[in-house]
Design a binder for this molecule. Structure first.
Ligand code: GLC
Length: 545
């Protein structure tokens, strides 16, 4: 373990996060430097030039801390160390130093709602027994029924089944996720000081921000009251039910005290250290409460991701998100894919149609004001892998609900003709999930410098987004333009320069002559001059100066 702090932060622009493009690295599936079939920190380090050339501003790394990996690292056993599978703290320091030298910022994942059951606090709690101070850091309770044989309340785990597990001495402990992820008691002073210290530990190592996991879940209603209905009945994951009503374990008012204590810590470091909440709340207004100068900088808005492929659906979520962002004075976050969701190529219909729509949606997202989060592989147009053999699936939710998030976590294809397509060092055939043969043609190598490839589309869009004054952070917001039914058209303006984004979600090609000169399009335009047409399921950016 290295004790020194390294990596000076980038200090040029404290507000960098307001319009950043953040690339989510699902660490175990990004790049494997040592040939064990699992991505690692040195793998990321080797691929930093690729990310710089892609044109992103920051990386968000999913958890790489010491973990039994029951939930892909969202079960942390030591918050201040790197799991040997991913490398060492020295590897982290080298990686962040190189990232900063290339102008890339690093956001790390913080998992405060629960620890791993292998965390020293939890093993101490089990050993110490009922009523002990060690148990007070978690949520242990006596069961119901004549002999305490029933769980303390009716809460269900987000991964399915009861949210309580009974230990040998008869007490039960709460786990909103897997039994290997016991929930912490955030009313306990020591829990709060511990995480404040963990924040400082990574800030001292130079991280530029945190993605806060389950940021709405840390405080549970006093008395742990029953929900009163089953939260799993729709077959949907429970987090997605949050919009349907307040739950006693999510979005409790006191959770905001935690963030009000964190913000001064972030602000005490130079360089614009930020935090983005993975939070779900009943209404956009309640979600907005997580954001502000005394709490967190951003919260993911998942409505854009959930929008269906229709002009009305996109228009509605965009308008709502922009209105909220004006109220709270913080930028909107846009996201189409992440490590928990089916990839957007597949959500939009898979195959050619899904890919066309995914490319169009990405161009739409990148034209909007605010911060865009990309998920690794979306720049390659990767689809969800739907046919993974059950025995290879590792998502703990799969065993309990039959739903699995493994299909969006398949290792990235980099190059070459043999699976896993350059994921590991030369000659390595290992990857923790198999890469489909069809991904040979989707690899970074296969798409680089190929006109019209998804990778070149992202590179072009990100370059224009950085350079174009009408897409700059201080440019005007969104002005909707009149358009045919099923077509979205909006412009952004800086001085006399106007950039218009047109998205064709209608059933016919649409004329786009009036909007200016095309600068990038998600599909080849047809016609020319005054009869230029945008095909269906496509987007274009056009410019007028
Ligand atoms: C968040 C993560 C997800 C994880 C869960 C429990 O929702 O995004 O991957 O399973 O928290 O930590």
């Amino acid at each position: 373990m290295t004790a020194s702090t390294t990596a000076p932060p980038i200090t040029t622009d404290d507000d960098w996060w307001r319009s950043a493009v953040v690339y989510q690295v699902y660490v175990r599936s990004f790049a494997d430097s040592d040939g064990d079939g699992i991505g690692d920190l040195q793998g990321i380090r080797q691929r930093l030039p690729y990310l710089r050339d892609l044109g992103v501003d920051a990386l968000w790394l999913t958890p790489f801390y010491t973990s039994p990996m029951i939930d892909g690292g969202y079960d942390v056993a030591d918050y201040r160390d790197v799991d040997p599978m991913f490398g060492t703290l020295a590897d982290f320091d080298e990686m962040i130093t190189d990232a900063h030298a290339l102008g890339l910022r690093i956001i790390v994942d913080l998992v405060p709602n629960h620890t791993s059951s292998a965390h020293r606090w939890f093993t101490a709690a089990l050993a110490a027994g009922p009523g002990s101070p060690e148990r007070a850091r978690y949520l242990f309770a006596e069961g119901r029924g004549a002999h305490g044989e029933l769980p303390p309340n009716d809460w269900e785990s987000i991964f399915g089944g009861p949210a309580w597990t009974r230990v040998a001495d008869g007490e039960w402990y709460l786990h909103l996720f897997d039994p290997a992820q016991p929930d912490l008691n955030w009313r306990h002073r020591e829990v709060r000081t511990e995480f404040e210290d963990v924040l400082r530990f990574w800030l001292d190592r130079g991280v530029d921000g945190f993605r806060v996991d389950v940021a709405h879940g840390m405080i549970k209603a006093e008395g742990l009251p029953d929900v009163g209905f089953s939260t799993m009945t729709t077959g949907q994951r429970q987090v997605e039910l949050l919009g349907k009503g307040r739950l006693p374990y999510f979005d409790q008012d006191e959770v905001h005290e935690i963030y009000r204590a964190w913000r001064p810590i972030l602000d005490s470091y130079p360089g614009g250290r930020m935090a983005v909440a993975e939070a779900w709340a009943e209404t956009p207004q309640r979600l907005a409460r997580y954001i502000g100068p005394d709490e967190l900088h951003q919260a993911f808005s998942f409505d854009f991701l959930d929008a269906t492929w229709s002009a009305d659906s996109f228009r509605k979520v965009i308008d709502t998100a922009l209105a909220e962002s004006t109220v709270v004075g913080a930028p909107t976050t846009w996201v189409l894919s992440n490590h928990d969701k089916q990839r957007h190529v597949t959500r939009y219909g898979d195959g050619d149609q899904g890919l066309r729509r995914a490319r169009a949606a990405s161009l739409l997202m990148l034209a909007l004001p605010g911060c865009a989060y990309l998920y690794q592989g979306e720049e390659l147009g990767l689809p969800e892998v739907l046919d993974l053999p059950d025995e290879l699936r590792q998502d703990p939710a799969f065993l309990r609900t039959g739903e699995s998030r493994d299909g969006c976590r398949v290792p990235i294809p980099w190059s070459g003709e043999l699976a896993p397509y350059g994921f590991g060092p030369a000659g390595s055939e290992l990857s923790w999930l198999p890469t489909p043969a069809t991904w040979q043609a989707l690899s970074v190598g296969a798409q680089t410098d190929v006109p019209g490839s998804t990778l070149e589309l992202y590179r072009a869009a990100l370059r224009i987004r950085h350079e174009h004054p009408a897409l700059a952070v201080d440019a005007d917001g969104v002005t909707w333009l009149e358009s045919e039914p099923g077509v979205l058209a909006f412009s952004r303006t800086a001085g006399t320069t106007v950039l218009t984004c047109v998205v064709n979600l209608s059933g016919a090609p649409v004329a786009i002559d009036g909007y200016g000169e095309p600068v990038v399009a998600s599909a080849a335009l047809t016609g020319s001059g005054s009869t230029r047409l945008l095909p269906i399921d496509a987007s274009a950016w056009l410019e007028r100066r």
